[in-house]
Design a binder for this molecule. Structure first.
Ligand SMILES: Nc1ncnc2c1ncn2[C@@H]1O[C@H](COP(=O)(O)OP(=O)(O)OP(=O)(O)O)[C@@H](O)[C@H]1O
Ligand SMILES: [Mg+2]
Length: 238
C-alpha cells in the first residue's frame, strides 16, 4: 500500500557541523491535517522544519515527501513539490510593492490549480489591500509577516510550514494571523506549526509532538496532551 502521509521523517539525525541536533526524529503529516511541534528553546523544532525544507540535510534516516525520498532535495525542489515555508524572519522584497511581492511569488499548485490568486489573498489580509502600492520596506512588522504568509499562499502549496510566525507581533495582529491559519486549515492545506501559544495550538492542531533534544517525547492529540500535566509542566513550562 502506498504511504498516505504527505511528509514523513523516520529516525532522522541532523547535525550542524559536529553538533548533533535531531537525534532520531520521527514525524508524520497526514494530508489536510495540522501538526504542532512543541518544546523549549533549542530543542530542534526549527531544525525539524529546515530538514523537511532541505535547508538542513539529514545525515541518517529518511525524509519522505509525497512518497519520494527527499533527503538530498534542495529547498527549491521541496518548494516545487508543494511545500511552502514561512520562517520567523520575514522574507519579502523591500523594494518591490506589496502587489509585486505577491505577484512574483505566484505559481500554480503541483496539480496545476490556482486557488490562491491575488484577490483571495487580499480578502484574507484586508490590511494588505490598503497598502498594495507601498514598498515592502514601508510596512510594519505585522504587515510584513502577513505579506510573507501571503507570498507562501500564492505558490498554491499543499503544505505550509509556519515557524513562530506570530513572534514579536502586536496582539491584534497575532489574532489576525491565527484566523488566517484557521482559514488555511479549512481550505485543506496541511500545516506544521511552531508557536509559543500552546492554547491556540491545542485548539487548532489535530496532532502534537513534544520535542526534547531532537527526539519526540510525546505524540498525540489535544485531549491526550492536556492529560499530560507533568510533561506539560516539565517540557513546555505550562
Ligand atoms: N545554523 C546553526 N549552526 C549551529 N547550531 C545551530 C544552528 N541552528 C541551530 N543550532 C543549534 O541547534 C539546536 C536546535 O536549534 P533549533 O533552532 O532547531 O531549536 P528550536 O527548537 O527551534 O528553538 P527556539 O525555540 O529557540 O526557536 C540549538 O542548540 C541551536 O543552538
Ligand atoms: Mg526555532
Amino acid at each position: 500500500m502506498s504511504n498516505p502521509d504527505i511528509i514523513t521523517l523516520k529516525d532522522v539525525h541532523t547535525y550542524y557541523g559536529a553538533s548533533h541536533v535531531l537525534r532520531g526524529m520521527n514525524l508524520r503529516l497526514a494530508p489536510r491535517s495540522c501538526l504542532s511541534l512543541m518544546g523549549r528553546n533549542g530543542m530542534g523544532k526549527s531544525t525539524t522544519i529546515k530538514t523537511i525544507m532541505g535547508i538542513a540535510k539529514p545525515r541518517h534516516g529518511t525524509v519522505t515527501i509525497k512518497g519520494y525520498n527527499s533527503n538530498r532535495w534542495e529547498p527549491y525542489v521541496v518548494a516545487k513539490a508543494g511545500i511552502a515555508y514561512v520562517p520567523e524572519e520575514r522574507e519579502i522584497f523591500p523594494n518591490l510593492t506589496v502587489r509585486e511581492n505577491l505577484l512574483v511569488a505566484a505559481r500554480l499548485s503541483v496539480e496545476g490549480q490556482d486557488n490562491w490568486c491575488l484577490e483571495r489573498i487580499l480578502d484574507l489580509f484586508p490590511r494588505l489591500s490598503e497598502r498594495l502600492n507601498q514598498w515592502g520596506n514601508n510596512l510594519s512588522g505585522g504587515e510584513q509577516q502577513m505579506l510573507t504568509i501571503g507570498r507562501a499562499l500564492m505558490t498554491n502549496p499543499d503544505v505550509l510550514l509556519l515557524d513562530e510566525v506570530t513572534e514579536g507581533l502586536a496582539p491584534i495582529v497575532r489574532e489576525e494571523i491565527w484566523s488566517v491559519i484557521e482559514a488555511v486549515k479549512r481550505e485543506g492545506i496541511a500545516t506544521v506549526i511552531v508557536d509559543k501559544n500552546i492554547g491556540k495550538l491545542m485548539m487548532i492542531a489535530d496532532h502534537h509532538l513534544v520535542i526534547v533534544r531532537g527526539e519526540v517525547v510525546f505524540s498525540g492529540d489535544s485531549i491526550e496532551l492536556s492529560a499530560q500535566t507533568e510533561l506539560l509542566h516539565q517540557h513546555l513550562g505550562v
